[in-house]
Design a protein around this ligand. Structure first.
Ligand code: BGC
Length: 743
């Protein structure tokens, strides 16, 4: 594999001096990092390895700061002056500063840091769907929605917007993209991933990484990405956040490492560790994963940060360490470079003690500090750590908003349109009803102005809920009533009586915003009141357009079967209401496709790339398949051609086909190429996505799509846990078209 951390050895002397160098830095920069490591005291190095929440430098108790927040000189002195902490994250709790305010806070922090250690602070934030903690920034669809667009060019553009807007607020480090692969439908962070397929996660993760970091991360419009959460986080057996995952090595290597490998090879500068455990080993304590595999095999050179308080959790939650000291030693020994101690500050002192007691070597500390400083140097923070918001005229502006609207429109998946109730006909009277119809939380999810996204309605007032957007789209034709809350009864009778006077019912069900533990559920089934509302409205014999606004596939089988139209809106962002209204009226032609399998039954959670035995006797029968999504126009495929029917090692095979828009509306369309390995030494998946692309076609227009397939594209992890492409027969499928190819 790739060993990119180069150790130069001084061969002439017997006490060898080793200099750690980084391939992403110039020779001069590498020398500077080395000098800095030599200059810093042990205490200062321990400070560099520490990251705390910005709340710790403000007046007031943590999480309940005074509003507006007031920087505390005393606390700043303590955290940055005395403890010499080298990294800070987040936003001051309960407040949503403007770029100028962030500049002021970060400026004070940086000045203090430069005056004490002389090392700039690395400031980080979770800008996972736009800069969600900065007032006025452009927010867009959550990653699951971005994946539903199947448009990686758009994903990159969105990430470029985020990087630009982060820099407008002087924030150079983004805890994104999450490349977790959401393979547990109930997991409350499904929407933060790009769905269930590792290839989709890889391509979208790469696109966003490139958008964030660009070709030169020191550019004033670029930020360092932080891939997260290495690895296997998206597959907790229970479906609850941060609970055990059991992943055989083969599966780990095939599903949970390749996307990280691709991002490492593309220059990802940092990575965050999975808070959970795999096969009984908390990942923060896994030397096998964090050092042997991540550094040794995968060649990751960058900075590896813990997740929130996860070193502590090794003894507070996971029970693999007796106390903080043992936990710190364990995590550093495993390979962690920086501890997100968040709201506690005892970590650096413990690091110093561990070195003084001989439990950790100072050279181990130096290795981590060099990685941290290398990222600071790559970002150019020693030369510049503050940016003027005035130099970012596009912050929150029209151009960025247009991209966010496009993402919203293309993230929404039309799953059913039986009898063509959509687009809604002119003159039809519309009832908008249901708990997700008139709030912003259901369109935005967590990480929107706050961790749980509960303030979305306050801060996104100028944007339109589904109800507001539908009212604007169909002036004078809309009635609204809530009917039920998420799990509370409001007034179903009123909803029924209003529905009687309407021609079509737009029924909005689903979820509010959440993430992590607060988003845990014990059932994918929707709360009973939402189902009751549906049953009551269904008795009227009026067409129902069901809108499922949610961050994961909440079950809707009965409702979807009985509705004439179904839309899935996976947190499309502030402009999601407008996008939905546009699709309802036909102004927007839907093009989203499911990046996940939509289950039909509570215990049938088998994913699209299941094994043949999981589909015997028709047992694989999801409500909607991965990759499914309708349009208002018809796309036809013809002339599927293979450049050869045999694919030899080192060869590339072209798979081409002609796609025609046979309908009468312009539309965008994703073409998905799957392969099936007919016989393999490890039971093969029935199919795996290998390539995809997205087209725009005017009515009557055709375009030839050509995918280049190599033997590596057909590889899997074999019995010896190594990647292999076995000779044999494969079937290739593109939508409805198919053809055989012999390898
Ligand atoms: C989450 C991470 C996030 C971190 C910092 C943690 O609770 O798991 O995804 O980056 O907080 O906000």
């Amino acid at each position: 594999m790739y060993y990119r951390v180069i150790w130069s050895f001084c061969l002439l002397c017997c006490t060898c001096v080793r200099a750690q160098t980084f391939s992403f830095l110039s020779e001069e920069q590498n020398a500077f990092v080395q000098q800095e490591v030599e200059r810093l005291t042990l205490k200062q190095k321990a400070g560099q390895m520490t990251q705390v929440a910005i709340d710790l430098v403000f007046e007031g108790p943590t999480y309940v700061l005074t509003v507006p927040p007031v920087l505390s000189e005393e606390r700043l002195n303590r955290v940055v002056g005395e403890l010499e902490i080298g990294s800070i994250l987040n936003h001051p709790s309960r407040t949503y500063p403007t770029p100028a305010e962030f500049r002021e806070y970060i400026g004070a922090i940086q000045e203090k840091a430069m005056a004490t250690t002389g090392v700039p602070v690395l400031y980080g934030q979770d800008a996972i769907h736009g800069v969600n903690y900065v007032r006025g920034a452009t927010l867009y669809a959550q990653p699951l929605g971005v994946a539903a667009t199947f448009d990686t060019t758009l994903a990159r553009e969105l990430a470029e917007i985020t990087a630009y807007e982060m820099k407008a607020a002087s924030i150079p480090w983004n805890f994104s993209p999450a490349m977790d692969v959401g393979r547990q439908p109930a997991w409350p962070r499904n929407y933060e991933s790009f769905g269930e397929d590792p290839y989709v996660n890889k391509l979208f993760g790469l696109a966003m990484l490139r958008g964030y970091q660009g070709d030169n991360v020191a550019d004033s419009t670029k930020v360092a990405a932080c891939l997260k959460h290495f690895t296997g986080y998206g597959s907790p057996l229970s479906g609850r956040d941060r609970t055990p995952a059991y992943l055989p090595e083969r599966q780990l290597r095939e599903y949970y490492l390749p996307q990280y490998q691709a991002a490492i090879d593309a220059g990802a500068l940092s990575m965050m560790i999975n808070s959970g455990e795999i096969n009984g080993v908390p990942v923060h304590s896994s030397k096998e994963l964090l050092t042997n595999i991540l550094r040794g095999e995968m060649g990751f050179e960058g900075l590896l940060v813990s997740d929130w308080q996860d070193v502590r959790y090794l003894y507070e939650r996971h029970m693999v360490a007796r106390d903080l000291k043992e936990a710190v030693r364990m995590a550093i020994d495993a390979g962690m470079d920086m501890s997100m101690t968040a709201v506690t500050t005892d970590f650096p002192q413990v690091v110093v003690e561990l070195v003084q007691e001989g439990q950790l070597t100072e050279s181990r500390i130096d290795t981590s500090v060099a990685r941290i400083l290398a990222v600071k140097v790559a970002l150019g923070l020693y030369d510049k750590y503050l940016w003027d918001p005035a130099s970012f005229p596009d912050f929150g502006g029209e151009a960025h908003g247009r991209r966010a609207l496009q993402a919203a429109e293309e993230s929404i998946v039309l799953l059913k349109n039986d009898g063509l109730p959509l687009p809604i006909k002119p003159e039809q009277r519309i009832l908008v009803v249901g708990p997700t119809s008139d709030n912003m939380r259901s369109l935005n999810g967590g990480w929107t102005y706050s961790w749980q996204g509960q303030e979305a309605d306050t801060y996104l007032e100028e944007y339109h809920t589904i109800r507001e957007a539908v009212e604007r789209e169909f002036p004078g034709r809309v009635t609204y009533t809530e009917g039920v809350g998420f799990d509370t009864l409001v007034d179903i009778d009123r909803a029924v009586s209003l529905a009687r006077a309407s021609d079509i019912i737009v029924l909005c069900v689903g979820e509010l915003s959440y993430t992590e533990d607060p988003g845990n559920i014990s059932s994918l089934v929707l709360p009973a009141v939402q189902r009751r509302l549906f049953t009551a409205l269904d008795s009227l014999d009026k067409p129902i357009a069901l809108i499922m606004a949610a961050g994961r596939p909440r079950l809707m089988t009965g409702m979807a079967n009985r509705s004439e139209a179904v839309l899935f809106a996976p947190y499309p962002g502030p402009r999601g209401g407008d996008a939905i209204a546009g699709i309802l009226s036909g102004r927007v032609n839907p093009s989203g496709r499911l990046p996940l399998t939509y289950p039909r039954e509570p215990n049938a959670l088998v994913l699209y790339d299941h094994k043949p035995t999981e589909a015997r006797n028709g047992t694989y029968n999801p409500l909607f398949e991965f990759g499914y999504g309708l349009s208002y126009t018809d796309f036809t495929y013809a002339d599927l051609e293979l450049s050869s029917r045999v694919l030899n090692p080192d060869d590339t095979m072209a798979v081409s086909l002609r796609v025609t828009n046979a309908g009468d509306r312009a539309g965008r369309h994703s073409v998905l190429l799957y392969s099936s390995d007919l016989v393999a030494s490890i039971t093969p998946s029935v199919k795996r996505l290998r390539k995809f692309t997205k087209l725009h076609l005017e009515p009557g227009e055709s375009q030839t799509v050509s995918f280049q397939l190599t033997p590596e594209d057909l590889a899997f992890v074999g019995r010896d846990n190594e990647w292999v492409t076995e000779p044999g027969t494969f079937r290739l499928m593109v939508g409805g078209a198919g053809g055989g190819v012999r390898l």
